[in-house]
Design a protein around this ligand. Structure first.
Ligand SMILES: C[S@@+](CC[C@H](N)C(=O)[O-])C[C@H]1O[C@@H](n2cnc3c(N)ncnc32)[C@H](O)[C@@H]1O
Length: 354
């Protein structure tokens, strides 16, 4: 009975988040078209979302949420994780999303994609990184961007971003179990951890394990630190570094994850990051990637993914959706154990041979 009520509460909450996401997108599209009217060519570039397609999205979303619930029933993670939604902080930052929107719309209209506030130090970052991904003000390089990022992702995915991130937990758990070690001796790394949402889930799942996060953005790491320091148990160690040259010794981690990074990297950089993940993962260890679905998986969702590419500044997305990550994993030395997809995301579970 309690389980049924909890499941119902979860479904109701997700439905609510879905409506908020849809309403936000509908209003902001109207306002965007009013403030910066699109050209005829831009209008033509956007694909129509038919009722059939909406139905498809609904059923893929339902399958994701059902699997999320099933993982609770299987004991992969506690049900509290499902309700970890910082909606109070989201409410506080929601006005900032709107305040920032006109700037992003104008940048988008003018195709200005490499614009940073004068007080931001851009020296030393790779060129591919110095961009306004998603037309974000200051890209990943300001506290303002870090404050509104999580909410923007939730709105984009109609409240399912965390549910998609959670799909990495079951394969990581079974990968870690292979070591047959007490949890406090296990080490896990989240590559491009951003604001720390995945690390928070990992902490909820592996209370005693040693957790580490790496990201190029100091601002996003500050936000991650704020989130993670509210948690009981040891604070994950956060390091500002490039995933192409991870600051860890060889064979150090029993499990490694990387969520929503690869579609923002050029192909050769994807390969270098995979090679680094291989180097720092222990033989027998597991590396799990979560990212966007690719061209081969899109099926009926293709118009939505094409609209995403046309609307957001995602310069490497087109290359990413055609990329063969299994081949890249094999080239680095990994064995791909499993590839699967939920809603708008795809997962690769890879193992470093013993
Ligand atoms: C789309 S966000 C994903 C963040 C987080 N994993 C999540 O699930 O929300 C991409 C993140 O990758 C980081 N990033 C991009 N290129 C990187 C690189 N070469 N090395 C380390 N971090 C990088 C960005 O700073 C940003 O935090």
């Amino acid at each position: 009975m309690t389980d049924l009520l909890t499941k119902l509460a979860y479904q109701t909450m997700q439905q609510g988040k879905g409506y908020v996401g849809l309403a936000h997108k509908a209003i902001s599209t109207q306002l965007f078209n009013w403030v910066v009217p699109p050209s005829e060519a831009q209008k033509l570039a956007l694909k129509t979302i038919t009722p059939d397609l909406l139905q498809q999205i609904q059923s893929r979303m339902a399958a994701l949420l059902e699997e999320d619930w099933q993982d609770v029933e299987r004991g992969i993670y506690p049900s509290e994780i499902l309700f970890d939604n910082p909606w109070d902080s989201f409410l506080k930052v929601y006005p900032w999303v709107w305040l920032d929107s006109p700037r992003t719309w104008v940048r988008s209209r003018d195709s200005r994609t490499k614009e940073f506030s004068p007080d931001i130090e851009t020296e030393g970052y790779p060129r591919y990184y110095l961009r306004n991904f998603h037309h974000q003000t200051d890209g990943y390089l300001s506290d303002g961007s870090a404050q509104i990022y999580d909410l923007q992702v939730e709105l984009l995915f109609n409240g399912t971003a965390d549910a998609m991130r959670r799909r990495i937990l079951a394969p990581l758990r079974s990968g870690l179990q292979r070591f047959d070690l007490p949890q406090r001796q296990l080490r896990g790394l989240d590559i491009a951890c951003g604001t720390g949402r995945t690390l928070k889930m990992l902490r909820g799942c592996f209370a005693q394990a040693k957790l580490f996060g790496v990201d190029l953005s100091g601002a996003y790491l500050r936000k991650a630190n704020e989130l993670l320091s509210q948690e009981p148990n040891e604070l994950p160690q956060l390091v500002e570094a490039n995933a192409e040259a991870l600051p860890y010794q060889d064979n150090y981690f029993h499990g490694t994850s990387c969520v929503f990074l690869f579609h923002e990297l050029p192909g050769p950089v994807r390969q270098r990051v995979i090679q680094e993940a291989f180097r720092v993962t222990q033989p027998g260890g597991t590396f799990v990637i979560c990212d966007s679905i690719q061209a081969i998986d899109m099926g009926d969702l293709r118009p939505i993914m094409e609209n995403f590419q046309a609307t957001f500044h995602e310069p490497f997305y087109c290359d990413y959706i055609q990329d063969n990550l299994e081949a890249r994993l094999a080239k680095a030395g990994f064995e791909t154990v499993e590839v699967f997809s939920y809603f708008m995301s795809k997962y690769w579970v890879a193992r470093k041979p013993v």
